[in-house]
Design a protein around this ligand. Structure first.
Ligand SMILES: [Zn+2]
Ligand SMILES: [Zn+2]
Length: 206
């Protein structure tokens, strides 16, 4: 199994903090973002991270071990995720239907006939406020903008490079007209996701 160096790379994404790829997730990387068929069998090494990204399909239900969701992963496999944390009822609150539960170093457990994932610590799950297609689309676009030297460097609408103001998600605009236009044409749905990706990249998980 390959490991990534945590000294220079963001523990979750494997990309270096402070570079142009900061906000993007390469979901096709099977080592960092395994699907249900590619979960490492060995426990993680101390500096090893993988994240199973799953989309919530149901409201949480009471379960003998806590609170349980049905989710699907990026290849469409469906399985339960059970929060068996200190306060499961409170800890599942951010995870609404259509949002993502990102399971850090998740490994499979058996529940009666079912195979699923157990979340024992609140900090080993992370919420992204969007569904899988949106994350994929957004990541690809941010990557393209970064590659073109545009993300955070010019107005997101008219590409002006001077006099820029910053949205709380760090997207930049030349002024209120462009910012308002963008907000009404898609940014209102993406702003919170980009913000969450920034926090994701800054989080030290263990
Ligand atoms: Zn502009
Ligand atoms: Zn924003």
């Amino acid at each position: 199994m390959t490991t990534t160096s945590s000294a220079v790379e963001s523990p979750l994404t494997g990309w270096r903090i402070g570079t142009k790829t900061l906000y993007t997730l390469n979901l096709d990387n099977k080592t960092l973002f395994p699907d249900n068929d590619h979960i490492p069998v060995d426990p993680p090494e101390p500096d090893e991270r993988w994240v199973i990204i799953t989309e919530v399909l149901s409201n949480p239900r009471r379960h003998p071990s806590g609170q349980s969701f049905i989710v699907k992963d990026k290849i469409g496999d469906r399985f339960p995720v059970i929060f068996s944390t200190q306060n499961p009822t409170k800890d599942v609150r951010p995870y609404k239907t259509g949002r993502l539960i990102c399971l850090v170093n998740g490994s499979q457990s058996n529940f009666q006939q079912n195979v699923g994932y157990l979340v024992r610590k609140k900090s080993s799950a992370y919420m992204l406020p969007c569904n899988l297609p949106t994350l994929r689309r957004l990541s690809a676009r941010l990557q393209a903008q970064s590659d073109a030297g545009e993300f955070g460097q010019c107005c997101n609408v008219c590409k002006t490079r001077s006099g820029l103001r910053r949205c709380r998600c760090r997207t930049r605009y030349c002024g209120t007209d462009c910012q308002r236009w963008d907000w009404n044409n898609g940014h209102s749905k993406e702003c919170k996701v980009i913000e969450a990706l920034i926090v994701w990249n800054r989080t030290e998980w263990f």
